[in-house]
Structure formats: C-alpha cells, structure tokens
Design a protein around this ligand. Structure first.
Ligand SMILES: Nc1ncnc2c1ncn2[C@@H]1O[C@H](COP(=O)(O)OP(=O)(O)O)[C@@H](O)[C@H]1O
Ligand SMILES: Nc1ccn([C@@H]2O[C@H](COP(=O)(O)OP(=O)(O)O)[C@@H](O)[C@H]2O)c(=O)n1
Length: 219
C-alpha cells in the first residue's frame, strides 16, 4: 500500500449526484477500507436543527449540533432525502460547523486500515495528504436524471426541472462559499462519468488507484 503510514486513503469529491457515494462504497469494498460519506454529516446537522425547530443559519446553535453528531448513528435512508441536501448546503457555509465536522472526519480517516471519504473538500481540506484523489463530475443534466431516477425508484415522485434547478443552485452555493469551496485539489484526477455507467466508472477509478499504489511502492 501507499502512504508513509502504510494506510491507503482515497479522497473523492465532486458536485451533487455525480456518483461520489456509489464510487466510494464500491472502492471501499474492493480495497477493504472503511467508508465515510461526509455529506451525511452535514445532512445530519441540518436534520437535527430542523427536528428541533431551530434555524439553519445560527452558527452557535449549528456548531453545537455538529459537535453532538455521532458518526456511527447516521441514518442514510432518512438523511438521503432530496430536500435535506439543500438544508445541508446552508449549514455547510458556516466555518464553525465545518471545523467541528472536519475534526470528526479526520479522526475517522486516520484509523487503520485506511478509508475512502467522499464529499466536497476531502482532497483540499479534510485529507490533503490522501494517496489518491478523485474529482468526479458529470453534466448537470446527467446528474439531475440520475437523481430523478433514484427518487422514482424509491417510490417517490419529483419534477425533473425542479431537481435540475436544485442541483444547480446547490452547486453554486458549494462552489461560491468562502470556507472550503468545492473545487478539485491540484493533484486530483478528474473523472467525467457523463458517458460512463457505474461499472465503467468503478473500473476507471480502480485503474487510477492501482496506478498510484504501484508508483507509491516504488518510492
Ligand atoms: N456512472 C453512473 N451511471 C449511472 N448512474 C449512476 C452512476 N453513478 C451513480 N449513479 C446513480 O446516480 C445516483 C447518484 O449517485 P450517488 O453516488 O448518490 O451520487 P453522490 O454521492 O455524488 O450524490 C444514484 O442513484 C446512483 O445509483
Ligand atoms: N465534505 C462535504 C460534504 C458535503 N457538504 C455539504 O453537504 C451538502 C450535501 O452533500 P451530499 O454529498 O450529501 O449531497 P449529494 O451530492 O449526495 O446530493 C452539499 O451540498 C454541501 O453543501 C460539504 O460542504 N462538504
């Protein structure tokens, strides 16, 4: 394995519904690593505030919710709901919320045997020394179609045009914020999955990881 510590850390970033989570889960299973979807941590804070009837823009209250968050108790089925993504991107602009969650995310990443983390700032802020960094993109139309299919498959219903507008608004907020904006790390590999199915994207990602591990072993 690569890395001074003998651990393998894979950082995956990209905009909404680009396929980060799907790829991260597949890579973690393939390489025997733990996986953290960091989007769920921001979603968890947003949901805790909504449940408690608290505002999404009070930094001191949101920071307390972030510090209280238990990474082991994140319920993906509940937190994945499309509307929580919008609320998550609002709490995610606050530096004290980010600091609290990044501390927990780094603690997760540092434990053996290594991990795959996916989010918006993994390669740039959370794990700047990751062995492999992937920046996953797809056109906004492809991403909206994927999210629309996911909602319909889950028995829900949604208007494609609204999903597309939601995704574009959230991307703009994530890329435009002052603290840890969404952007590729300088050493990230760009993976455009617009024309790739899940299997093809997974195989392309494995090739990038394997190439890095081989070159890492030669150091
Ligand atoms: N390469 C791909 N081709 C087609 N569908 C995909 C691809 N990657 C992911 N998906 C589907 O798109 C949706 C969003 O993927 P997800 O991994 O949740 O994205 P993210 O974590 O970036 O929000 C899911 O329903 C997933 O099954
Ligand atoms: N590392 C991260 C992960 C998510 N987020 C925020 O959390 C929101 C929800 O992230 P997510 O990954 O669950 O969203 P999807 O891409 O799955 O729709 C994002 O729009 C970001 O505002 C962040 O700021 N930093």
């Amino acid at each position: 394995m690569t890395g001074m510590s003998g651990k393998l850390t894979i950082a995956i970033d990209g905009p909404a519904a680009s396929g980060k989570g799907t790829l991260a889960r597949r890579l973690a299973a393939h390489y025997g690593l733990r996986h953290l979807d960091t989007g769920l941590t921001y979603r968890g804070v947003a949901r805790a505030l909504i449940e408690a009837g608290q505002p999404l823009d009070d930094e001191a209250i949101a920071e307390r919710a972030a510090r209280a968050l238990d990474l082991g108790a994140l319920d993906r089925a509940v937190l994945s709901e499309h509307g929580i993504g919008e609320a998550a991107s609002k709490v995610a602009v606050m530096p004290n919320v980010r600091r609290a969650l990044v501390d927990k995310q780094r603690a997760f990443a540092s434990a053996p045997p290594g991990a795959v983390l996916d989010g918006r700032d993994i390669g740039t802020v959370v794990c700047p020394d990751a062995d492999v960094k992937l920046y996953v993109i797809a056109s906004a139309e492809v991403r909206a179609t994927r999210r629309w299919r996911e909602i319909e498959a889950g028995g829900g219903s949604a208007a494609y045009t609204e999903i597309l507008a939601d995704i574009e608004r959230r991307d703009a907020r994530d890329m435009g914020r002052a603290d840890s904006p969404l952007r590729p790390a300088d050493d990230a590999h760009l993976l455009d999955t617009s024309e790739m199915d899940i299997e093809t994207a997974f195989l392309a990602a494995c090739r990038l990881v394997d190439a890095t591990r081989i070159s890492g072993n030669e150091d």
